[in-house]
Design a protein around this ligand. Structure first.
Ligand SMILES: C[S@@+](CC[C@H](N)C(=O)[O-])C[C@H]1O[C@@H](n2cnc3c(N)ncnc32)[C@H](O)[C@@H]1O
Length: 401
């Protein structure tokens, strides 16, 4: 049985969440380093990993590790690799090289030597490519084959955008960190293009994060690089994809609500949800957060409120305060998790929010905050009138991420 030395690549800061996901798939987890989780996988586990990992950006397979201090050594060791195992006919090799504190430091020159050796140049722009990731660290080279192809955070359903969408892998991490498993209601009152709600609906339906990449229907190839490897086991893939389809619930067992003040965002979210196959699972509404309706049950509010480099924190404080007050009033028993780069904003929404994870996003360092459920007192004290109504402020366009 083939065993792969695999690596799940994730946003630095999300390793612990990604690690748990890798392990939950039955893989044997090894080292966990900045932005990566190493694991050993059978063929089936590797296929299941590209399909099911919600927080990984890529899955790669280690091909070789060796020491090289000059080009002669590099080429000699690279010649020992069985490249044909990873490169099917008509597939072009693409080398992505990084070098750190190594004698061979010129990444373009390293890539050029390897391209010459492997001899599978890109001849047509539409030609399929196989990426090889080469990392030199203190003269130690690791060469890996990318199993994912298109980055896993590029969900094929998310083609309609708004300003500042959250990465789907971050949305998945937010749900996972909050322990949301699709058995309690969910609300995103600042839903934009619907990323959080759609990721949630996919979890609730027990569907993979990108069902459109499973392939198989009408002869479509799976949308992952490993499907072009010469040793690709189509029977194993059919079994992994078949179980994913067979295990899906016909509908979300819980209510998922998503709202945004912009009608254009709701149109984008609807189109994305339709492509993901979960439009029927999400109640989408154009609505400002102040008009949030009450509910007597408990659930999770998971959201990515407006933030951005162009807006001073002070501009957004009234909106976050209002948001927090509305939740305390109308959803008193709901838990809350949110992503924002600014602790002052998080505190303005709810002083009990604590940062649990920190990661880079769209050029900013953002944090994931959460607080447990249960009725909580209004910690803001007596409310003073604010100059402008928060819903009326033009705070919806943070920097694109
Ligand atoms: C950071 S974006 C959310 C992006 C979303 N997570 C996605 O992936 O597309 C914040 C959203 O909040 C919305 N928004 C701003 N003020 C609002 C308010 N008062 N009520 C409801 N939505 C509001 C904006 O229109 C914007 O779509």
């Amino acid at each position: 049985m083939a065993r792969f030395e695999a690596v799940a690549v994730c946003t630095p800061g999300l390793e612990a969440i990604c690690r748990d996901e890798v392990e939950a798939l039955g893989n044997r987890v090894g080292n966990v380093g900045p932005g990566l989780v190493e694991f050993k996988a059978t063929t089936r586990q590797l296929y299941a990993s590209v399909v099911w990992l919600r927080t990984a950006s890529r899955v790669m397979v280690r091909m070789a590790t060796f020491r090289a201090t000059d080009f002669e050594h590099l080429v000699a060791r690279a010649e020992e690799i069985d490249w044909a195992q990873w490169l099917g006919p008509g597939v072009a090799a693409e080398f992505r090289v990084t070098a750190h504190k190594s004698r061979l430091i010129h990444t373009a020159a390293i890539a050029e030597r390897l391209e010459r050796l492997v001899g599978a140049p890109l001849e047509r722009p539409e030609q399929p490519r196989q990426a090889f990731v080469v990392r030199a660290d203190r003269d130690l080279f690791t060469v890996s084959a990318d199993a994912s192809g298109e980055a896993l955070h590029h969900r094929s359903w998310r083609t309609d955008h708004v300003a500042a969408p959250i990465r789907p892998t971050m949305a998945a991490a937010m749900l996972s960190a909050a322990g949301w498993d699709g058995t309690e209601p969910l609300l995103d009152p600042f839903c934009g293009s619907g990323t959080v709600a759609i990721e949630a609906a996919l979890v609730a339906r027990n569907l993979p994060p990108d069902p459109g990449r499973l392939g198989g229907e009408e002869g479509m190839m799976p949308g992952y690089a490993l499907a072009r490897w010469p040793g690709f086991e189509s029977g194993t893939w059919a079994s992994v994809a078949g179980s994913a389809r067979a295990g899906a619930a016909p509908a979300s067992p819980v209510t998922i609500e998503a709202a945004d003040r912009e009608g254009s965002a709701i149109l984008a979210a609807t189109a994305n949800a339709e492509r993901a196959g979960v439009a029927g699972d999400i109640m989408l509404e154009t609505r400002v957060v102040s008009h949030l309706t009450g509910r007597s049950d408990a659930g999770l509010v998971a959201t990515n409120p407006p933030y951005g480099k162009r807006l001073a924190t002070g501009d957004l404080v009234p909106l976050y305060k209002r948001f927090g007050a509305v939740l305390r009033e109308r959803r008193p028993d709901w838990r809350l998790t949110l992503v924002t780069p600014d602790r002052r904003l998080a505190r303005a929404a709810d002083r009990r929010l604590v940062p649990t994870h920190r990661f880079g996003h769209g050029g900013l360092t953002v944090e994931l905050f959460s607080r447990p459920g249960g009725a909580i007192p209004d910690l803001e004290g007596p409310r003073r009138p604010t100059a402008a109504h928060p819903d009326a402020s033009s705070t919806s366009a943070p920097e694109a991420t």
